[in-house]
Design a protein around this ligand. Structure first.
Ligand SMILES: *Cc1c(COP(=O)(O)O)cnc(C)c1O
Length: 495
């Protein structure tokens, strides 16, 4: 069955999966959504033994229907190889009542690698299929992890260039060092004086800027996106939920047909939306627990159906979740509005005008699969310390937000369904917060001394991604105001 894609804001124009990946964002500012969410054409119970790559093929072929088997397998095999430090790609670790799905074994030690190691292959393959002549310029706004993962994926990829904008004072020291040391002829990293929402809004504006697009075209360029607004990010993220389920089945932790709950530390709503798509495709998932940090705009939304970004932006120790405008929520809104593009466009217009909208009662009843929760900084740190002291397992701050929300959820509901917590970053990426959560004495040490201490207490080898930046020279030091982003892109492209 062929799946086509249309915008969440206008259902009329339909494009193929490869065209949607190339374009990133629809022309009307909406996000591409599949005409329908396909269901698995295989029996999960008979596929327990699939490897990560096999699972990826079985899932992705259902959504990226205009890619041939050969093309898709080429992309999958090129992406999920030795760049990952474990053959399992996404291992599951049990600790103190929950399964941690470790999504940080890729090149940049955050879950963004799961999709961004394949996106460049999907994109260059899509460019070939569609006879694209222009050079693809990837514009990326990052709250810290997407930036590096996209840079690593696209660096020196023929026919592409990439510009990354990050909030200058809104990422961890390690995250920043990872980005500003990035090598590659086609890469540019820029800090902006503003927060992630400013960066994301600036990027979205450039996508919608017709004049700029024309100028680009005249110079042989076309924009695309590596953010989770790109369907090419979302589809690969469905895979690991299926893989985790198969793993639990295989190891007798779940009986055939038994449900698992999924807990996701959420920012832009991309990761949890992938889990929701997995459920819609037929994966036995019970609750989808959406975990927020103190920027709890999503928690409030699940509580009362009002999305309201009019509030202070809080810088937390889980910076990749410091977001007040969760882009991918638009895809959920579209779905629970009964795939009504006009209604979705109206909600998004309200969001942009008033920073706020309220969904209908009917729509709220469509969200019963979700439960929202949030964790304060204090509870997040306490969870890291407690889990470490009980089990010796060290988790990062983002994962700890989810684990803390999970604990409260179980306490409140008594729901004992086996649960998978998406572990979205290596603790090494947020070593300072993690180590001081365990013991304040670490606060006086420098970042790399902390890395060595973390290695001692966790008994987990220091990842290559960290060793690489220890002595790497800074190659990018541009900082700009949020209204200078367009000029920066033009300067990089020499137009
Ligand atoms: C990006 C990120 C998140 C949030 O994921 P979304 O898909 O934006 O909801 C959580 N944790 C880490 C470590 C991340 O990098």
């Amino acid at each position: 069955m062929e799946i086509l894609y249309s915008s969440t804001r206008c259902g009329e124009k339909k494009v193929t999966a490869s065209q949607a990946i190339l374009q990133g964002l629809a022309e009307d500012g909406g996000l591409f959504v599949p005409s329908q969410i396909p269901v698995f054409d295989f029996d999960i119970n008979e596929k327990k033994d699939m490897t990560y790559r096999e699972t990826a093929y079985e899932v992705m072929k259902l959504l990226l229907t205009d890619f041939t088997e050969e093309e898709l397998k080429y992309c999958i095999d090129s992406a999920y190889d030795e760049k990952f430090d474990t053959e399992e790609i996404a291992p599951l670790v049990y600790a103190d009542g929950a399964y941690y799905l470790e999504l940080f074994h890729g090149a940049t030690i955050a879950f963004k690698d799961m999709a961004l190691s394949i996106l460049p292959y999907l994109m260059t393959t899509a460019a070939k299929k569609n006879n694209l002549k222009e050079k693809i310029v990837i514009l990326t706004a990052t709250s810290g992890d997407t930036g590096k993962a996209a840079l690593a994926g696209f660096a020196d990829v023929e026919g592409t260039g990439i510009v990354v904008f990050y909030p200058k004072n809104g990422v961890s020291a390690i995250q920043e060092k990872q980005m500003v040391t990035q090598k590659g002829k086609n890469v540019k990293v820029i800090g902006i004086r503003g927060n992630f929402d400013d960066a994301q809004t600036g990027v979205k504006k450039m996508f919608a800027d017709e004049e700029l697009k024309k100028e680009l075209a005249e110079n042989g360029y076309v924009f695309s996106s590596a953010n989770s607004i790109n369907i090419g990010r979302l589809v690969p993220q469905i895979v690991y939920y299926v893989y985790a389920y198969l793993n639990l089945l295989k190891n007798g932790k779940l009986a055939e047909g038994e449900k698992m709950n999924v807990v996701v530390p959420t920012g832009n709503f991309g990761n949890i939306l992938a889990a929701y798509y997995a459920k819609n495709m037929g994966l036995p998932i019970g609750k989808l627990l959406c975990a927020s940090n103190e920027n709890k705009v999503l928690f409030d939304f699940f509580e009362d159906g009002v999305y309201d970004r009019n509030r202070d932006f809080i810088l937390t120790s889980s910076p990749s979740m410091d977001i007040l405008i969760s882009s991918n929520l638009e895809r959920l809104i579209y779905k629970i509005a009964g795939c009504d593009a006009k209604a979705t466009a109206e909600f998004m217009a309200l969001l942009s005008k008033d920073g706020k909208y309220e969904i209908t009662q009917d729509m709220r009843s469509e969200m019963a699969d979700f439960a929202g929760g949030y964790s304060s900084e204090k509870d997040t740190f306490a969870k890291i310390k407690d889990l470490y002291e009980k089990t010796g397992y060290v988790i990062d701050t983002h994962t700890a937000v989810a684990a803390s929300v999970y604990d409260s959820y179980v306490k409140e509901t008594g729901d004992k369904t086996p649960s998978v917590i998406a572990s979205t970053a290596s603790p090494y990426k947020f070593a300072r917060s993690v180590m001081t959560a365990i013991d304040v004495k670490y606060d006086s040490m420098d970042d790399f001394a902390l890395i060595d201490e973390l290695c001692k207490i966790s008994k987990v080898e220091v990842p290559k991604a960290i060793e690489e930046i220890r002595n790497a020279p800074v190659l990018h030091d541009t900082v700009c105001d949020k209204d200078e982003m367009k000029a920066m892109v033009k300067e990089f492209l020499n137009i």
